[in-house]
Design a protein around this ligand. Structure first.
Ligand code: AGP
Length: 609
């Protein structure tokens, strides 16, 4: 979604805002803009459609001195991505400027009322109503005006507001989308996410839903929507700004692909003992409930839904109760049976995805136990949960998910083993065998990434293909879908993932010598069935690329190109099998010259339904 940043303090705001926006651009890149209070007490606003570079090239270093200031990078919802609809937006007086991430659901009725009262609207956005609504409530107290205005709106928002009467203040507020306050030395910050302000402070306050923050250089006061002052903890960020830099890689995507062995190691830390036993202490508080449940739904969107799909297979097999994947955007409106004997596991890298949050809230209302798997400490999803399992993967900046997917699968595998241990559905020696296999994954992932040169050559050969088909069976099926999604996102090449056995029921009609088929054909119980499906495709002259297990001496009868990955137990194999697909998608994207880190039309976290 959008990214917002704000600064109040003795330094010039503009460079801080622009650098902050650069680090938030993964959240949306339809337009960028800043507002700065100048030395003569006026609000300077500059905003441009397109990426941040359009704004910075336009400014050409010529930004006004002074502050405070606010900045915004947009993922368009209401109104075209043009200069006029870009944020910040101003009120009629030009004294107030505002930035917003989210959607104001009742903006049409508020706008009609404000227009009737004589307010002049310039943009097509829902956001602009907030600027004018706060204007109507303003009688000298900016915090009170923001509070009164927000009392009339419905929807989701993280906002930053400044006013020329208040050169020592920015006001932020949050509802259903993230906003943090940074506590600097004699300065204060607002941001959608930590990287925007990490080079200035490691001390942040994660605002709660309904919080209004009065940020000044000397401190921050936080009020709830009813006006009572509330106390929030300060969190110390434990990673450095280098983690949010490319570190010599041409793209964040590639850096994050190569970070996976380390991310896996971090995810395993404290969860799988040297003897292979698996225990997630985060789940201790819900142990009694986990013993009682009789079904499991695992919910996520996009890539996270594929990780959820892998988990559904494993929980069903290892724990012996019905377990299904639910796509977040569908589950709320067509909910399965939910009660106190249901476990719902929410999976979200960002922890902000509205389509995932909504069904989790519904499930909680109906009494289900909620466990979430997320990468972002303190994110909205954690507040909807009875227990939280963090990915511990470090920040993921590239819009297309790689290391978050791999660690989502891994954490879910550990949750499945934990459940099996807790409920006695798997002998402890078998759990330990899996645990020991998990402990080999950092090494095996590093070994698999060494296949990059072979995969790059393949990518260059197939970069011109118009369509790709990916197939897999069992836990390989979600991996096929993730491989196809990665290719679509990164390279804009049309790709579909199918259950290998389904190929003959229709999609096989798509195959021809111009349509490569990528088959997940690693060793497992149904390897031979997959091999038959691959043979069926080969018989239709499709070029076949197989992901197979080292030592497989059969697969090259069916596939012209084989990428051999290290052997793992079948249940663990998705963590390794997906790595070549990530590299394939990345290299095809590079060969086609697409915007790898910020693919068109996408945003890293989608905070609207
Ligand atoms: C991943 O490559 C995608 N950009 C997207 O499918 C993503 O996984 C999805 O939007 C869910 O995001 P989340 O994990 O932050 O909830």
């Amino acid at each position: 979604m959008c990214g917002i940043v704000g600064y109040v303090g003795p330094r010039d705001a503009a460079p801080i805002l622009i650098e902050g926006l650069r680090r938030l651009e993964y959240r949306g890149y339809d337009s960028a803009g800043i507002a700065v209070m100048t030395a003569n007490g006026k609000v300077f606003i500059e905003k441009k459609a397109g990426k941040l570079t359009n704004l910075t090239e336009h400014l050409n270093g010529d930004t006004p001195a002074g502050g405070p200031g606010i900045g915004h990078t947009r993922w368009a919802t209401h109104g075209l991505p043009n200069d006029t609809n870009a944020h910040p937006h101003a009120d009629c007086t030009g004294q107030l400027a505002l930035i917003h991430n989210g959607i104001i659901e009742n903006y049409v009725e508020i706008k009609a009322r404000l227009v009737a009262e004589g307010h002049r609207f310039i943009s097509e956005t829902d956001t602009e109503v907030l600027a004018h609504l706060i204007e109507t409530k303003y009688h000298g107290d900016l915090v009170e005006a923001v509070r009164a205005a927000l009392g009339e709106v419905r929807g989701a928002y993280a906002i930053g507001v400044m006013h020329t009467d208040h050169p020592e203040r920015i006001v932020g507020a949050r509802m259903n989308v993230p906003l943090i306050v940074g506590l600097g030395d004699g300065e204060g910050f607002l941001a959608s996410d930590v990287p925007a302000i990490l080079e200035h402070t490691k001390n942040v306050v994660i605002l709660h839903e309904g919080d209004i923050a009065d940020v000044t250089p000397t401190g921050t006061r936080i009020l709830s929507l009813d006006g009572t002052e509330v106390q929030r903890d300060t969190t110390e960020i434990r990673w450095d700004i280098e983690a949010a830099e490319k570190g010599g890689f041409p793209h964040f995507t590639l850096k994050e692909i190569y970070e996976q062995p380390h991310a896996i190691q971090e995810s395993l830390r404290g969860r799988v003992a040297a003897n292979g036993s698996v225990r997630l202490t985060e789940l201790d508080g819900v142990a009694d409930r986990l013993r009682e449940i009789d079904r499991v739904y695992i919910v996520g969107c996009g890539t996270a839904s594929y990780a959820a799909h892998v988990a559904a297979y494993l929980i069903q097999e290892w724990v012996g109760i019905p377990a299904t994947m639910q796509v977040g955007s569908e589950m709320r409106y067509s909910p399965p049976p939910l009660d106190e004997r249901t476990l719902v596991i929410g999976v979200s890298q960002s922890g902000e995805t509205a389509d995932t949050l909504a069904p989790l809230k519904l499930a909680a209302e109906r009494g289900a136990a909620i466990v979430v798997v997320t990468n972002v400490v303190g994110s909205a999803i954690t507040r909807a949960a009875d227990a939280v399992c963090y990915l511990q993967a470090g920040p993921e900046i590239a819009v297309a998910s790689t290391k978050a997917f791999v660690t989502q699968v891994l954490v879910l595998q550990m949750i499945a083993l934990h459940l099996a241990g807790l409920r006695g559905t798997m002998p402890s020696n078998r759990i330990r065998t899996y645990g020991l296999a998990l402990r080999t994954l950092p090494r095996l992932a590093a070994q698999t990434l060494k296949l990059a040169p072979q995969i790059k050559k393949l990518a260059q050969r197939f970069a011109g293909a118009r369509d790709f088909i990916f197939i897999g069976r069992g836990v390989g099926f979600p991996i096929a879908m993730e491989g196809a999604l990665k290719l679509k996102e990164l390279s804009y090449v049309h790709a579909e993932g199918y259950a290998a056995g389904e190929l003959k029921h229709g999609p096989i009609a798509l195959l021809d010598p111009e349509t490569p088929l990528v088959a997940i054909a690693t060793q497992g119980a149904i390897y031979e069935k997959v091999a038959s499906n691959v043979a069926e495709a080969r018989a239709r002259s499709a070029p076949v690329i197989a992901i197979a297990t080292e030592g497989d001496d059969q697969i090259d009868h069916y596939a012209q190109d084989v990428i051999y990955v290290p052997e793992t137990p079948e249940a663990i194999s998705p963590v390794i099998a997906v790595l070549p697909l990530q590299i394939l998608a990345y290299e095809i994207a590079v060969a086609r010259g697409t915007d790898v880190d910020q693919p068109r039309n996408l945003a890293k976290s989608v905070t609207v339904e």
